[in-house]
Ligand binder design. Structure first.
Ligand code: BG6
Ligand code: BG6
Ligand code: GLC
Ligand code: GLC
Length: 943
């Protein structure tokens, strides 16, 4: 009490200008420019913190990505319903946007109705609040005679912080202002609205976009001013949004272009970073609020709190005897008795003092004229601080935009809304003045959104509608690539039937099931030096393989890679084999072994009809080969003749093997459980160990006395090495399935898309290798290209421009598909890959291209998985086992380099063959080691 008397005594001595005592009393609220610059700098630091993925979680200023990527350009059109929830009024609207011509923007017509929200709903259950929202919507449609049957697109302005993952999804981070309903925090607000609309019933509404009021305001003002890239609300709450460079928004993929960021600047200071600017009145306002400790900056600025700040200051001054002769009324003690409207009225230009007197009298006070001057001045200081702080925040945003764009001067427009800005007589002028003073190098224009925010929300929805329709069309295009479990099961069944049919001696089969004359997998006793040639994958390879001392895993390997030019692949057979002979010659020179006369194994990765290990008649070329005069000929003879023609070195070609067989053997050397070879590369194929008794085809060779021959194999081969438990007695032979031919009889037509048809027709072997054309590296890129062509022709990609590049066959090699689909790649990198290929894409284009690649490669992997399930199931049944453990040796660029292919293949095989435990072992040195192992065995047999 004594202190109070002393202070009042001290102030009563200074009876001069009543504003002076207020100035002194509220010294801490009067911010000068240095302080504002300091606050602005702090806010800039907070923005950075919020944008970075590392610090975002702890950031007080949330910097929420809004998924609004462009300001209006005049092409928006349509008729929308709109809801505007979270400001001082809840409104339902109808907005009609007419498209403009050229640079001229269109026109907008709006009808609106305000619906009061009963107080209890603000603190009741969230679902009840949304029920009221959708009931109001229904009433609006009814009142305006808007059809209830037609589907109406809807735009939703929701003025609370939401974490958005898309335009039509937003998880509520927390309520604020005078809202505190239960049970919605962390929930998707759009979904909640949809559910409420469903519950209301009788409404056919599609919620297209949810936007914050700042964003909607920026868009509203942006419709008339193309420089408008900032939205500001100074109303019940306060907040700002602006167009940020996407490369700075860690939380959103993509580096190109811009996205609007809702700063949620009201939270500035929640981490105590503004404590040195906070007064005891701010602390009291915060403590008595709905959300103590939250929205500290907002509580110093926005309409919900300004009146309360004034009341607390006046109350304190009165208690100290500085006002009303120390008298205090109950009304003055009551929360909410001074509102923002009172603050605005007290500061009115002419009537301000009179208004102040009326307001104070209304509060049962008996103010002197000095009291009125003083209270008016309190109002001015409080509202001035508000506009100063908003100016400091805005200055931070504007200078960030200027820095982002590397500009010396910036011309920009700020779209503004909110009752404080609209109704307080001095507020706009003060705000503009301070912003311009803090940023003299910027030309800032302020535009008031006089029609509220719904026009902007409708514009966002118009863009969303365009995107949604594009999305639907892309989805429809890709739907046939998305195979169901039933379809995959059918593929497995068809593959199984194909395998069985191919083993029969008679009857047609698209799957050739070619005997390989390899009777067992390696046992580790193989030794010696061998040459291996490997033709038919991406490259031709020559290798020298040295199995040392017959010790397993003691292998030395030397190799050289040669490319085969396309004109050789598709020239004459003589040219092709001469070219191979030349490569071999080069390799022998390189190894210094021209005169060694080495035994050689020849991996020849095309279907060959074999009658022995060292002869193979090419049935037909596949993949990119079409050399003349080879089909129907023994390829070993063709190679021998070419070597003879060269007359420079000699080779003893002991074995010809398919790459699948070579791969199986390579891997079986490491893992005795490996009895399957798989290639998923340029082409696709599988081999596996089949029981001789099931291979009717070999009977012509073994004749009727085949039992004796089979006996011989058991003694020759089977007994040589370590026997595998349980099945050592059963004679087997590796079968090269040539599964790529599945579907050549039309059996896959139900899953074949028009794009596959196109790829097949443009291939070197139309009608052949239909399974291969759905699954292997040589064709996947082409399928992707056909889809992209179609989407582009439909105007859904590359702005509808079908370029020469896109018309060029073969531009998408497997390695590009693998790169594009890599998860670690940012969209900008996808764009740069497309750029390398000569395709100029936008960000959205890149997303679609990546999606197309994903659909095509996933289907490929699933089909291979279904095929593999058929093979392992057959082996399991052959052996009469309930459960089979088996290893597949794998090679091929698609399997090894693609980021998802292997995983999807394995997963599909696991699901479709649940009784088999299949291990996939990638071949380390290619199939050459396997070919050398086969050569070693064949050689030992002959020696
Ligand atoms: C209105 C907008 O004009 O202003 C709303 O349509 C916004 O979306 C509101 O929330 C903000 O101001 P106040 O003062 O109503 O909170
Ligand atoms: C290699 C093998 O590693 O992979 C070849 O050595 C095989 O024999 C090839 O043909 C398959 O993969 P791609 O991707 O080269 O066709
Ligand atoms: C509050 C909300 C914010 C909104 C602002 C203005 O600060 O958190 O989302 O933009 O009020 O209405
Ligand atoms: C093709 C060939 C086949 C080979 C496969 C993988 O399908 O016809 O023999 O194994 O490609 O290279």
């Amino acid at each position: 009490m004594l202190a109070v008397h002393l202070v009042s005594f001290f102030f009563s001595k200074l009876q001069e200008d009543p504003t002076k005592k207020v100035d002194r009393f509220l010294y801490a609220m009067r911010l000068h420019d240095d302080q504002l610059k300091d606050i602005s700098a702090r806010f800039q630091a907070e923005m950075k913190k919020g944008l970075s993925s590392e610090s975002n979680a702890a950031a007080a200023v949330k910097m929420l990505p809004t998924h609004v990527r462009s300001t209006p350009d005049g092409t928006e059109k349509g008729q929308f319903l709109a809801l505007d929830l979270g400001g001082s009024k809840f409104k339902v609207l109808q907005v009609k946007v007419r498209e403009g011509m050229g640079i001229k923007r269109g026109g907008v017509e709006m009808e609106e109705r305000t619906y009061p929200i009963p107080k209890e709903l603000l603190i009741g259950k969230g679902t009840e609040l949304f029920g009221h929202v959708s009931e109001s919507l229904k009433d609006f449609l009814h009142q305006r005679n808007i059809s209830l049957e037609k589907k109406h697109p809807l735009a939703f302005t929701f003025s609370f912080p939401c974490e958005q993952t898309a335009l039509d999804q937003g998880f509520l981070l927390g309520w604020g202002k005078n809202y505190r309903p239960r049970g919605l925090q962390g929930k998707d607000v759009v979904q909640t609205l949809r559910e409420a609309i469903d519950r209301t019933g009788g409404l056919d509404v599609e919620v297209l976009a949810m936007v914050n009021d700042t964003v909607a305001t920026m868009m509203t003002c942006g419709f008339d001013d193309e420089y408008c890239e900032v939205g500001l609300i100074i109303g019940t709450g306060t907040n700002a949004c602006y167009m940020e460079e996407l490369r700075h928004i860690d939380l959103v993929e993509g580096d190109e272009g811009r996205m609007c960021v809702n700063t949620e600047w009201g939270g500035f200071g929640d981490d105590e970073s503004l404590n040195d600017y906070i007064t005891e009145f701010d602390r009291d306002v915060d403590a008595a609020s709905n959300n103590p400790g939250k929205q500290i900056f907002e509580k110093m600025i926005s309409g919900m709190y300004l009146g309360e700040l004034v009341r607390l200051v006046v109350l304190k001054m009165a208690k100290l005897g500085l006002l009303f002769d120390g008298r205090v009324s109950d009304a003055l003690r009551t929360k909410g008795k001074i509102t923002t409207a009172h603050v605005a009225a007290m500061e009115e230009y002419k009537n301000g003092l009179k208004n102040t007197k009326d307001i104070l009298t209304e509060l049962d006070l008996n103010p002197s004229s000095d009291d009125c001057i003083a209270v008016q001045h309190v109002s001015t200081i409080v509202s001035f601080r508000s506009s100063n702080l908003a100016a400091a925040g805005l200055a931070a945003i504007l200078s960030r935009i200027k820095q982002n764009r590397n500009l010396r001067t910036l011309r920009i427009t700020v779209g503004v809304d909110g009752t404080v800005y609209k109704t307080h007589p001095q507020y706009p002028k003060r705000l503009h003045k301070v912003v311009r003073r803090l940023l003299p190098e910027c030309h800032v224009r302020f535009v008031l959104s006089d029609s509220g925010s719904s026009k902007g929300a409708a514009l966002v929805s118009a863009v969303a509608q365009r995107l949604a329709s594009r999305r639907r069309q892309v989805d429809e295009t890709l739907a046939p690539f998305r195979l169901s479990q039933e379809q995959l099961q059918l593929v497995k069944t068809r593959m199984r039937a194909g395998l069985e049919a191919g083993l029969k001696s008679k009857g047609p089969s698209t799957i050739k099931m070619l005997p390989s004359f390899v009777y067992r997998t390696p046992d580790g006793t193989e030794k010696g030096k061998y040459l291996a040639l490997d033709l038919g994958g991406t490259n031709f390879r020559a290798l020298l393989v040295n199995f040392k001392k017959g010790l397993q895993h003691n292998v030395r390997l030397y190799h050289k890679i040669y490319t085969i030019p396309q004109e050789i692949m598709q020239g004459t057979g003589e040219e092709l084999f001469d070219h191979i002979a030349q490569c071999v010659s080069d390799f022998l020179d390189y190894m210094g072994m021209k005169n060694a006369h080495l035994p050689a194994g020849f991996t020849f990765s095309f279907p060959c009809e074999q009658t022995a290990i060292d002869t193979g008649t090419l049935v037909s070329w596949t993949k990119g080969y079409k050399a003349t005069d080879c089909e129907g000929h023994d390829v070993v003879s063709l190679l021998r003749e070419a070597i003879k023609r060269r007359n420079e070195f000699d080779l003893d070609i002991v074995a010809v093997v398919n790459d699948t067989v070579g791969t199986m053997m390579s891997c079986a050397y490491e893992d005795p459980q490996c009895e399957i070879g798989l290639i998923a590369g340029t082409g696709t194929n599988v081999c596996y160990m089949e029981e001789l008794k099931n291979i009717e085809k070999t009977e012509h060779k073994f004749g009727k006395t085949e039992e004796g021959e089979k006996e011989e194999h058991m003694q020759d081969e089977g007994t040589e090495g370590e026997k595998k438990e349980g099945d050592a007695e059963i004679p087997k032979m590796c079968i090269n399935t040539e599964w790529g031919g599945l579907g050549d009889d039309g059996s896959l037509d139900d899953i074949i898309t028009p794009y596959d048809v196109e790829v097949n027709q443009n291939s070197l072997n139309p009608g052949k290798q239909r399974f291969e054309k759905l699954t292997s590296g040589m064709y996947l890129g082409e399928v992707v290209r056909q889809v992209l062509l179609d989407l582009t022709r439909g105007g859904l990609l590359f702005r509808g421009h079908v370029t020469e590049t896109l018309k060029t066959p073969g531009i998408f090699q497997t390695k590009y598909l693998s790169q594009i689909e890599s998860d670690r790649l940012a969209l900008l990198q996808v764009r740069s890959i497309l750029q390398q290929l000569g395709l100029n894409s936008t960000c959205d284009d890149s997303i679609i291209v990546k999606e197309v690649c994903g659909a095509v490669s996933r289907r490929a992997a699933q089909l291979c998985g279904a095929g593999m399930a058929a093979v392992v199931e057959k082996i399991r049944e052959n052996r009469g086992l309930d459960h089979l453990n088996i290893t597949v040796g794998v090679d091929g660029a698609l399997y090894k380099l693609h980021p998802h292919f292997a995983g999807v293949l394995q997963e599909t095989a696991r699901i479709l063959a649940p009784q088999c435990n299949v291990t996939f072992l990638p071949s380390e040195e290619g199939s050459g080691k396997g070919a050398a192992l086969i050569t070693a065995v064949a050689r030992q047999k002959h020696d």
